[in-house]
Design a protein around this ligand. Sequence first.
Ligand code: OAD
Length: 236
Amino acid sequence: MKIKQARDAVRAAKSIAVLTGAGVSAESGIPTFRSNGGYWKTHRFEDLATPEAFKRDPKFVWEFYEERRRSMAAAKPNAGHVALAELEWRVPTFTLATQNIDGLHDAAGSRNVIKLHGDIWVLRCVACGREREDRSRLEVLPPRCGCGGMLRPGVVWFGEMLPDGAMTRSTEAVVTADVFLVVGTSARVFPAAGLIPLAVQSGVTVVEINPEATDFSSEVNYMLKGPAAEILPALL
Ligand code: OAD
């Protein structure tokens, strides 16, 4: 019943915004951060995902990211990613803000993607600032730039700013949307999670898709409990 109402809202929408988190890639075999088996259950993010950690021990941080790069390189988009890519073709205005760095929305065919937390396939020089896309296996860690400087993963770490304009564009998309889909995020990391109360306050119809409740579940219009790869195709 709830899914039917949510489906009607999606069908009637002219403008749709989406926020995704690690849960949308769970069924592609990529671990989340805070669910069972998630990275932050067995690792300390302070040791791996902060600029201070990288400064202290770049090789250790790079080993973590290179291992993730190898497992993400083998992953394929799932039915949830594909459903979101198809939805983009159905509505005049569509924006997908993702906290994921795995590139699976691009691989599924999504076009208007805002990468709030960067992109694991981008390497950035800490000395000259140049960036390059590189999906290859990195044999020597940390990798080096042509200028001799150290390369870092092109992701956002705790305590860092989000990419230029990413939050402004996401905010604009959310407040002007008819429907906001929130998929597979624990909604614990800000500023991304702040898009959810913003949508609620702006009167946007919010549909949350997650097997578990989050802090915002009681505030959204429709909480559809279940895995993204099942619920998204059923919804759309
Ligand atoms: P989390 O690991 O915090 O949350 C994943 C969410 O996905 C949880 O709410 C799960 O219940 C849900 N989930 C699990 N399996 C699912 C499935 N099959 N379908 C749908 N949902 C499912 O991941 P994020 O919310 O993405 O940031 O975490 C936000 C940020 O924290 C990440 O971008 C990363 C992390 O630290 C940085 O590294 C900066």
